[in-house]
Design a protein around this ligand. Structure first.
Ligand SMILES: [Zn+2]
Length: 431
């Protein structure tokens, strides 16, 4: 209280009303923000912006999108990869919220013509969050805002936290134990960066010295050292320096361009290189690498393996419902024959208790787990890749050689009751 005892003044009442709202604690970049210069904007947009972020946090959203559409701004919340409608905003409110969040992140409010990225340190419900945003210009001076909400303490970075199976852990260690390239590949937004990061964290740190060449952002480094990269040096020069330092593993920028890929391949005589790339799935990633480099034989010898991943929602442990599956269905989808019980979210038709589960908010799902596939460069695979074959042939060899694949991984998760058949089907449809 500022004015001491007695009746609360207006300001304090307002404060009480807001106490459950998210608190902003400064720009992630550390930039000092001058609010006085934008007092009007703060007055118009700040409370609405906090309400919106708070709603996202309450509903466990990992992402909020604000997209101007005519007279309105459409708000979408993404919870465990599934989109839900968020609160309504007028186009004016949408713009004010976007601008005020840019301001608090230390971004340039006056610039609406280029993509900007920034973040805000925040606290809500005694937990620390990062509110990371990206503003993208649209036609007519409008902007689309994408906000990622990251629970700092509970964010998952290591293979254990991501619940990688022992088989996957073993593969990571095997593939990174000798020089060569190991990649996580997937479509944008599929968690590729998280998987590539987990591969890096999964490397045996007692044996190998791992270095991160990119800005880790909010990610924890664990046993990985940050490589002090000189701004005027090329990637090639820095990889040479790492080799001289007797480093073993470099985590470098995405291999989405020929220059980065070819540089990385130059160093696979001495280093393990972990990275990521954008591709539909792992077989397509291998095909793209060959096209990008123009030298399939070189890719075949430099590459160790490519992991692909799909994220799948986990059933809520509190409200999931067991049922006995039809044996014909079990056989048809390829589940183990002895499967007696599967699980699914509660539904009123089954006469389940339909009071909304507090833990998952009634969706029946809580959190996600990654299904992984792996293209491993066995002798047969090397042959096919070096010959410049496409993703269909690569997939075929992977199947023949019984490599880790989405279908088996997904069915294992269904059989273990981690997820439902419906969700598995949705995850395959969604990609
Ligand atoms: Zn539940």
């Amino acid at each position: 209280m500022i004015f001491g005892f007695g009746k609360k003044n207006k300001e304090e009442e307002d404060y009480d009303d807001e106490q459950d709202l998210v608190m902003f604690q400064g720009a992630f970049s550390g930039a000092e923000v001058d609010f006085t210069e934008h007092a009007r904007l703060v007055q118009v947009g700040l409370l609405r912006a906090k309400e919106l972020i708070t709603e996202g946090l309450e509903r466990r959203a990992e992402r909020i999108r604000i997209e101007p559409k005519g007279e309105r701004a459409v708000v979408q919340l993404i919870v465990d990869g599934v989109g839900y409608a968020g609160g309504r905003l007028s186009s004016k409110e949408g713009m004010a919220v976007t601008q005020v969040l840019k301001l608090v992140s230390g971004l340039d409010v006056k610039n609406r013509k280029s993509v900007q990225k920034g973040g805000i340190r925040a606290e809500w419900d005694d937990r620390k969050f990062l509110v990371m945003l990206e503003s993208k210009p649209l036609q007519g001076g409008a902007e689309r805002l994408t906000i990622d909400l990251i629970d700092v303490k509970n964010a998952k970075y290591s293979p254990q936290e991501l619940e990688f199976s022992p088989a996957v852990m073993e593969k990571i260690r095997e593939l990174t134990s000798k020089p060569g390239i190991v990649i996580a590949a997937g479509p944008p937004g599929s968690g590729t960066t998280t998987t590539s990061w987990a591969i890096l964290r999964g490397i045996d740190s007692y044996v190998f010295a791992s270095f991160c060449f990119v800005d880790p952002g909010h990610r924890e480094l664990g046993n990985v050292s940050k490589f002090d990269r000189r701004s005027d040096a090329t990637l090639d020069a820095e990889l040479v320096r790492l080799t001289r330092m007797e480093g073993n593993v470099a985590y470098i920028e995405p291999l989405n361009d020929a220059e980065t890929l070819n540089t990385a391949m130059e160093h696979t005589g001495r280093l393990s290189i972990v990275s990521e790339m954008t591709a539909r799935d792992a077989p397509s990633a291998v095909e793209s690498l060959c096209k990008l480099s123009g030298d399939p034989a070189k890719v075949a010898s430099a590459l160790k393996g490519v992991f692909g991943q799909k994220l799948i929602r986990k059933l809520c442990e509190k409200c999931k419902q067991p049922y006995r599956p039809n044996p014909k269905l079990v056989q048809k989808v390829g589940l183990p024959e002895k499967t007696q019980v599967l699980y699914k979210p509660p539904s009123a038709e089954d006469g389940a208790d339909i009071r909304v589960c507090k833990r998952c908010g009634g969706s029946g799902y809580l959190g996600r787990v990654a299904m992984l596939e792996l293209i491993e460069m066995t002798d047969k695979m090397k042959e096919v890749v070096a010959a410049g074959k496409g993703s269909a042939e690569i997939k075929q060899v992977a199947r023949e050689e019984n490599m880790l694949n989405f279908k088996d991984e997904g069915l294992r998760l269904v059989a273990e009751g981690v997820t439902s058949l419906e969700e598995l089907q949705r995850a395959f449809r969604a990609s």
